[in-house]
Each structure stands twice: as C-alpha cells, then as structure tokens.
Design a protein. Structure first.
Length: 147
C-alpha cells in the first residue's frame, strides 16, 4: 500500500527548474520597477500618487507571485486562492476609503489646525544639514535672549 501512495505522490508533483535567464529577466524587471517607484515618489502627482504607486506595486507583486512563487505553473486552485485573497483585501481597503467621506470634514479641520509639509514640499524646503543647523541656531538665539 505504501508503494501505491509513493507512486501517486510522485505523479502529483512535477518539479520544474526555471532557466537562469528568466530569473535574471524578472529580477531586472523588478529592479526597473523599483527605480520607477523611487522616481515617482519624488514627483508630485497630486491625486494620482496612490493609484500610480499601487499600480507599480501590483505589477511587482504579480511578477513575484507568477514567477518566483511558481503560480504560473501551479494548479489553478492555488492561483484562485491568491486572487480571492487579493480581491478581499482590495474590497476591505476600498470600503475604508469610501468610508472616509463621512469624516472628511474632520480630517480637513485637523490639517488646518496642525499643518504638516507634504512630501514634495518637504524636499524643496529642507536642503540638507545647513538649514537644519540654521533653524537650530535661531532657536538657540531665541532661547538665549529669553534668559
């Protein structure tokens, strides 16, 4: 009976080895997409910041799942489980984003009361340690004159 189980397991599992050029090609694509992510993060795309970042991340995740996790060659059921999990995650995030409409006024009020520099504004304001030192010196001078 154990020989039947062993032969059945051997038939069910079909190992495959991916060629090195394919792996290097996917790695190269992931590096290019990572560079694109960094480049896009330094630009102000307005309301398109999140959709562009998520699209790049989705392409990278798809490459990893299909090639490195071997879903491209796996049973369709496993791919179904991954897609279902992603859809449920997307539905959850979408529900949270749609729910934001209910408290948008509170968010706007908090942003007016406690302004924080945006990512793109922060980069134009801070130019290295020189400005940080000047801000610190101004604070030290203000503190010294109070004594």
């Amino acid at each position: 009976m154990s020989s039947e189980t062993q032969s059945h397991d051997a038939e069910a599992h079909h190992p495959h080895v991916l060629p090195i050029p394919m792996l290097l090609g996917v790695w190269g694509a992931l590096m290019v997409l990572t560079g694109l992510t960094v480049a896009v993060s330094t630009r102000d795309l307005g309301s398109m910041d999140l959709p562009v970042a998520m699209a790049i991340a989705a392409v990278k995740a798809t490459l990893v799942a299909l090639i490195f996790m071997h879903l491209l060659w796996d049973k369709a059921y496993h791919s179904f489980l991954v897609v279902a999990a992603l859809l449920m995650t997307g539905a959850f995030i979408g529900g949270v984003l749609f729910d934001r409409v209910q408290y948008q006024d509170t968010i706007d009020q908090l942003e007016r009361d406690h302004p924080t520099p945006r990512r793109h504004e922060q980069k134009t304001v801070n130019h290295g340690d020189v400005e940080h030192a000047d801000e610190g010196a101004a604070q030290d001078n203000n503190g010294a004159s109070d004594h």
